[in-house]
Design a protein around this ligand. Sequence first.
Ligand SMILES: Nc1ncnc2c1ncn2[C@@H]1O[C@H](COP(=O)(O)OP(=O)(O)OP(=O)(O)O)[C@@H](O)[C@H]1O
Ligand code: SF4
Ligand SMILES: [Mg+2]
Length: 333
Amino acid sequence: MEGPAEIPVETLALVHSLSVTYLADGDQPVRALDQATLEIRSGELVGILGESGSGKSTLAAAWLRLLPADARYDSGSIRFRGRDVLALPDSEMRRMRGAEIALISQDPALSLNPVISVGDQIAEVLRAHVRMTRRDRRTRVEELLTEVGFDQPRKIYHAYPHQLSGGQRQRVAIAQAVACRPALVIADEPTSKLDASLQAEILSLMRDISHRHHTAFVLISHDPTVLAGFVDRIAVMYAGRIVEEGSTQDIFRRPLHPYTQALVRLSARYLANAGARTRFGAIESEPSDLSLPAAGCPFAPRCPERMQVCTERNLQETIPQPSHRVSCFKYDH
Ligand SMILES: Nc1ncnc2c1ncn2[C@@H]1O[C@H](COP(=O)(O)OP(=O)(O)OP(=O)(O)O)[C@@H](O)[C@H]1O
Ligand code: SF4
Ligand SMILES: [Mg+2]
């Protein structure tokens, strides 16, 4: 595997040309990440956008070294605050997780323990990483519960997950994730199980926390409308690759990749139809089969602008402007 990439000073985290394959028994290997590169700076709000199966959760899990046993890191590197994440000893990785990088999952009902009070679960994160007395820990948990919007933190401390609503559980998961003031929080579809108004509340809470504590957030979603009001920059994933990356404004106003253009068109249609309370849908035709080694552009079978070269040559990243990069032969001059 190649060595870690050089890292600019202001960069907080850098995933560089990372490839990951799942080797599930009896199945074809699945290349879930294919040379994915993404840089996060301190305090930034970055979105990862892509339809189901594009590799978003694999990227999140790879970042924290939480991939399942059937996954293999093929190549590339992950750096966090200058350290080579893939080379860290397990003990150092456990220390980093929770203290410096935290993950919020889609369904807190699964990540929270049903038989431990939510206050004790947040306290446990503090106990693992911060030296403080029991009493101070308790006070700190109540402060965190207040920070995430509970007006009776003492009462909530003793509640069990099943006694809380979905939105309340997600607030608890956020309190748990930010308890040690990590520099980076990766939130994997944290609002996809919530209705639109709760979704907006949770996103605004995460934005407040980011601004107050200069915490970088990576928000993962299949829905461009969720990212639109929250992140400053969006990386679009397709078939395990980052096919386009740019400012939120550029991605919505000047999308370059035909796949991004399809997602943005779909989101405009969805917003125009918002009164109908439909969920954000999927673009027509099936996603690529990741078990097939794709020559050329993986979007080619679905692309309305496909050219002969698209299936013949391997695709390089093109950078029309320093802040807007895309992988598509249309821009390969
Ligand atoms: N444990 C696993 N074993 C084998 N294949 C897997 C495993 N986990 C994920 N995959 C495959 O890897 C690819 C990427 O999956 P991943 O869960 O990262 O996508 P995603 O973008 O998060 O999708 P979703 O929006 O549905 O959560 C998919 O083809 C998926 O089927
Ligand atoms: S490289 Fe070709 S097939 Fe791929 S998105 Fe661009 S135009 Fe479409
Ligand atoms: Mg996922």
